[in-house]
Design a protein. Structure first.
Ligand SMILES: [Zn+2]
Ligand SMILES: [Zn+2]
Length: 287
């Protein structure tokens, strides 16, 4: 309970700081602090930390089961403290590798959630039409759990200690609030190195714009390498949401949405054919 209260206090502090920054450096000017759907996002903020404990237990159990299945039994039993060459490196090098490999895994899992099969789980996150820091936690629990499970399992099987992975997952959640904030920050010369609000907000635009681009959680150069970077210079995205997938407005409706049968008239924004044509075109890099 103390842990949950601590997380809520920390999030409130981060939120207050981001609200103040959003007023000073707005990407979309005149956007209200309290949107029509802010109540739904607030529910995600209140409920997600409450289930974090349960989720983290499922997550730790899942990682242990996967590690024991993939690794030698003796090594698998040592995943909590890390093992092998990875755990014997200097800490700064291990941290750097953790961030890059974690991001690489995160990139592909995110891209996987944009595929036809998983899109309805991820469409919930893309359903915000006005984007600010509060939108960050609008993530379907299955989307959240699968992403974290794949990321941490891959890293645990490579030998990274579980404690470092727990810190990494928490850090990504906090960083995500900055990426969604209504801020015009691009990080200038570091725009291709560290993900900025501008970088991720393009990812939330409608299908005709930057959707299916900018998948990396932290490092835009991964999108550059895989041909999915979209960063028009001097332009701020303004139209957010999905135009061809209608996600319900209510919290319960959003949780149930992936399990409901899709309306036949609605197309998925990224058909395999479209993926193919996009990847053959390569990166839309306007610099
Ligand atoms: Zn996405
Ligand atoms: Zn997002």
């Amino acid at each position: 309970m103390v842990q949950i209260v601590g997380i809520l206090i920390a999030l409130a502090g981060v939120g207050a700081l981001l609200y103040a920054s959003e007023r000073l450096f707005s990407a979309v000017r005149g956007q209200r602090l309290w949107r029509r759907d802010s109540g739904v996002d607030l529910l995600y903020w209140l409920i997600t930390p409450l289930v974090i404990r349960a989720v983290s237990k499922i997550l730790a159990f899942g990682v242990a089961v996967i590690a024991l299945a993939v690794l030698d039994r003796q090594i698998g039993a040592r995943i909590a403290d890390g093992f092998g060459p990875v755990a014997q490196q200097p800490q700064w090098l291990m941290l750097l590798e953790l961030l890059v490999l974690g991001d690489l895994t995160g990139y592909w899992v995110h891209r996987w959630f944009h595929s036809r099969r998983l899109w309805r789980f991820h469409a919930v996150h893309h359903s915000s039409r006005r984007l600010d820091w509060l939108s960050a936690l609008r993530v379907h629990p299955i989307n959240d759990l699968v992403t974290k499970l794949v990321q941490t399992s891959v890293l645990a099987c490579l030998g990274f200690p579980l404690k470092a992975l727990a810190g990494y997952v928490l850090f990504l959640s906090f960083y995500s609030t900055l990426l969604h904030a209504n801020l015009n920050w691009s990080f200038g010369p570091l725009r291709y190195v560290i993900a900025s609000p501008l970088f991720h907000r393009w990812h939330h635009t409608t299908e005709d714009e930057g959707l299916n681009k900018n998948y990396a959680p932290m490092f835009p150069f991964l999108d550059l390498v895989f041909g999915t970077l979209y960063l028009p210079r001097g332009v701020q995205p303004t139209r957010f949401g999905t135009s061809s997938t209608r996600v319900p407005d209510t919290y319960i409706g959003q949780l149930a949405f992936p399990f409901r049968r899709a309306e036949r008239s609605l197309r998925h924004p990224e058909s395999p054919a479209r993926q193919l044509s996009r990847s053959s075109i390569g990166a839309s890099l306007h610099v």
